[in-house]
Design a protein around this ligand. Structure first.
Ligand code: DAK
Length: 261
C-alpha cells in the first residue's frame, strides 16, 4: 500500500513505524492525511503479527503542526463537523488498536498534532519537542479530542490553562506535567522508540493487548467495576498457550517464546 502523505514501514518484525510525511507543511493534517492514517491503522489492525506501532513526523522541525489551516479556513459549520468527526474517528481507531501505540514527538506537536500524540498510548519526546493547543489563536477550540484527552492526561486545571491561554510547553515541562513519559536528544528519539518497541514485542502479545484494554476501558468505570474487568482479563489469559509458556520459561530460567495465543 503506498501513500502520498504518510509512510508506513516495518523496520523489524512486528514493529510498525508510521511517519507523517508532509514536511513542507510541517506534517499538518489535511483530509487526505487523515484518510491515509485511517487506512494505515486498519492495515496494522489486520496484521496478526503486529506488536507495536510507533508514530512520528518527518523532518527535524515538527511531529505535526496541527490540522491544516489552509484547508480549514473556508469550511462551513457542517463541513467543520464532518472534518472534526473524521479526525475523531482516526484518534479513536489509534486508541482502540490492539497493540501499544507510541508517539515519538520530534519538534512541534500543536493542535491536531498534540491531539494525535495524546491518542497514542504514551509519548516519547525529543528535547526539541513543543506541545500546545493553540486553536484559540485561530478563533476555534480544539476539534480532535484535545479538550478531553489533555485534561485526562495532565489534569483539568493544567489542560484548561494550556487550551485557554494557548501557552506552549517544551519537552522538559511536558515531562514534568506527565504529558511525555521520557525525553531524549532529538538524534536518539527513533532508536529509543525502536528499543522500547523491541522490549514490548518480546512480551506475551495477548497479555500486552489485554492490559492495554483494561487500562483504557477501566478509566471510564468506577474502581470496583474496573477491578472486575481486570479479573476477567487476568482469568482469560490462563486459557492461552502464552501464559503456560511464560510461566514455564520463568521456572526453567529462560526467556519466554510467545505465540500470541
Ligand atoms: N496548517 C497548514 N500549514 C501549516 C501549518 C498548519 N497547521 N503549520 C505550518 N504550516 C506551513 C506554513 O504555512 C509554512 O508553509 P509555507 O509558507 O512554507 O508554504 C510551512 O508550514 C512552514 O511553517 P512556518 O514557516 O510557519 O514555520 P516556522 O518555523 O516559522 O513556525 C510553527 C513553525 C509551528 C510555530 C508555525 O508554523 C505555526 O504556528 N503553525 C501553526 C500552528 C497551529 O496553530 N496549529 C494548530 C492548528 S489548528 C476542528 C477540527 C480540528 C481542529 C480544530 C477544530 N473542528 C472541525 C471543529 C484542530 C485544529 C488545529 O490543529
Amino acid at each position: 500500500m503506498t501513500f502520498q502523505n504518510i509512510l508506513l514501514e516495518q523496520p523489524e518484525p512486528g514493529i510498525y513505524l508510521l511517519t507523517l510525511n508532509r514536511p513542507q507543511a510541517l506534517n499538518a493534517l489535511n483530509a487526505l492525511t487523515l484518510a491515509e492514517l485511517a487506512q494505515a491503522i486498519a492495515r496494522v489492525m489486520a496484521d496478526e503479527s503486529a506488536r507495536v506501532l510507533l508514530v512520528t513526523g518527518s523532518g527535524e522541525k515538527a511531529f505535526v503542526a496541527g490540522a491544516d489551516i489552509s484547508e480549514m479556513q473556508n469550511l462551513t459549520a457542517n463541513e467543520a463537523r464532518a472534518f472534526s468527526e473524521k479526525g475523531m474517528r482516526v484518534m479513536h481507531a489509534l486508541e482502540a488498536l490492539r497493540v501499544p501505540v507510541i508517539a515519538l514527538v520530534n519538534g512541534y506537536a500543536l493542535g491536531g498534532g498534540c491531539e494525535l500524540a495524546l491518542a497514542c498510548d504514551w509519548i516519547l519526546a525529543a528535547d526539541n519537542a513543543v506541545f500546545g493547543q493553540p486553536e484559540v489563536n485561530l478563533g476555534i477550540p480544539p476539534g480532535f479530542g484535545g479538550t478531553q484527552r489533555l485534561a485526562r492526561q495532565v489534569g483539568r486545571a493544567m489542560a484548561l490553562e494550556l487550551i485557554i491561554t494557548a501557552r506552549q510547553v517544551k519537552a522538559d515541562e511536558a515531562l514534568r506535567i506527565g504529558l511525555a513519559n521520557h525525553v531524549y536528544p532529538a538524534a536518539e528519539l527513533r532508536d529509543q522508540g525502536l528499543e522500547m518497541a523491541r522490549t514490548i514485542a518480546a512480551k506475551g502479545p495477548v497479555a500486552v493487548s489485554l492490559a492495554k484494554q483494561a487500562v483504557h476501558c477501566g478509566q471510564h468505570l468506577d474502581l470496583a467495576s474496573a477491578c472486575e474487568l481486570e479479573t476477567n482479563v487476568f482469568a482469560r489469559t490462563f486459557s492461552t498457550e502464552d501464559q503456560k509458556e511464560g510461566m514455564r520459561a520463568f521456572l526453567e530460567k529462560r526467556a519466554g517464546k510467545f505465540k500470541g495465543r
